[in-house]
Design a protein around this ligand. Structure first.
Ligand SMILES: CN(C(=O)[C@H](Cc1cnc[nH]1)NC(=O)OCc1ccccc1)[C@@H](Cc1ccccc1)C(=O)N[C@@H](Cc1ccc(O)cc1)C(=O)NO
Ligand SMILES: [Zn+2]
Length: 320
């Protein structure tokens, strides 16, 4: 009989050091190869620090000024300075400013005007002016407007109709109607419907069955049937299950053990699978998954907005 491997601890100090040091070096290949989505990278790192209770280690003044330097005249934000505006990085920018209590530095109507400009006649959203349509962007649009206290800045009913058209017979969701179910899209569609108070449109048990089927023998969760487990799906699947009140449908201890087994115990950080290289993306989503399961003595994360619950409460209640 194989002895249960000793329960590993979450190395909170190591992960805080890893994230804090990550942004300091501007002479690495990684620094330039990830320039186009740095806005999301800063969001992942800063939110992880909040969940660890270590946000005071971050220079929020410098972060806020950098974020504002990425805003375009049309109100949208790019992934870095001089990069074109896009809904993905506009949401990341709003999330960062919310974390830094700096939303007073921007004009909410200016940003929601940019978001509204990307909604299509069928209710869907393009990611930017070049027109790629994907339910990822429906989530970005609805959550961005809601966080900015402008929930009706876009046609919510049309957006909801479009997302509902993306539900498949297996209970999952795809990026456009008829597209294959994928855990990332299930998150974006379930969270988008939750923002719009429209969860009654989905078959809760069927969707949660598809989600709990993502758990593999390793304890980790995959993104689609037959695929390999990956720490970031801990978040994509778990947050959707949490929104739908079915966290108990997976083996949470087995998943927690899988995440803890993906830590780099020497240098900090969490990878997608044991023995792989760590990165800020998987470090954030691993910590976020543990927070959703109330493990690791972490600050509570909101499953819809992927921000600390306290930050969400301040924003949504300030406008209610
Ligand atoms: C663009 N992207 C992805 O495609 C990751 C790649 C990956 C990580 N582990 C397995 N694959 N996939 C990903 O985020 O899938 C989740 C998802 C898919 C579809 C919709 C929503 C979420 C990651 C960045 C990344 C690239 C390569 C390696 C690690 C991270 C990413 O920026 N994800 C975004 C969501 C997203 C997802 C897909 C996109 O095409 C664009 C954006 C995010 O989490 N924002 O907060
Ligand atoms: Zn991953």
């Amino acid at each position: 009989m194989s002895l249960p491997h000793s329960r590993k601890a979450l190395l909170k100090e190591k992960h805080a050091e890893y994230i804090h040091d990550y942004g300091q070096r501007e002479d690495t290949f990684a620094f330039y190869a990830t320039e186009h989505f740095r806005m999301s990278g800063v969001y992942w790192g800063l939110t992880a620090m909040h969940l660890l209770g270590k946000q005071d280690m971050m220079d929020t003044g410098a972060i806020v000024n950098w974020v504002l330097s990425c805003q375009h005249p049309n109100g949208g934000f790019g992934g870095s300075q001089r990069h074109d505006p896009h809904l993905l990085y506009t949401l990341s920018a709003v999330q960062i400013l919310a974390l830094c209590h700096a939303l007073s530095r921007i004009n909410p109507e200016h940003i929601t005007e940019y978001v509204r400009s990307l909604q299509q006649p069928d209710g869907s959203f393009a990611g930017d002016e070049w027109g790629e349509i994907d339910t990822r962007f429906s989530y970005c649009a609805l959550s961005c407007c809601r966080l900015l206290g402008q929930p009706e800045a876009v046609d919510v009913a049309a957006a909801v109709r479009y997302v509902a058209r993306c539900q498949n017979i297996d209970g999952g969701f795809g990026c456009t109607p008829g597209n294959e179910s994928h855990a990332g899209q299930v998150f974006t569609c379930v969270a988008a419907l939750a923002v719009a108070d429209s969860l009654h449109l989905l078959d809760r048990d069927l969707t949660c069955w598809w989600l709990c089927e993502r758990q593999t023998d390793s304890g980790g969760l995959n993104g689609r049937p037959e695929k390999l487990q990956d720490v970031c799906y801990s978040w994509w699947c778990l947050s959707a299950l949490s929104i739908l009140g079915r966290l108990s449908w997976i083996d949470q201890q087995a998943l927690a053990d899988f995440i803890l087994n993906c830590q780099d115990e020497a240098r900090g950080g969490i990878s997608d699978r044991p023995e792989d290289m760590v990165d800020v993306f998987h470090t954030f989503f691993g910590i976020a998954g543990l927070s959703l399961m109330q493990k690791g003595d972490l600050v509570d994360i909101d499953p819809i907005y992927a921000l600390p619950k306290t930050v969400v409460a301040e924003l949504l209640c300030s406008s209610c």
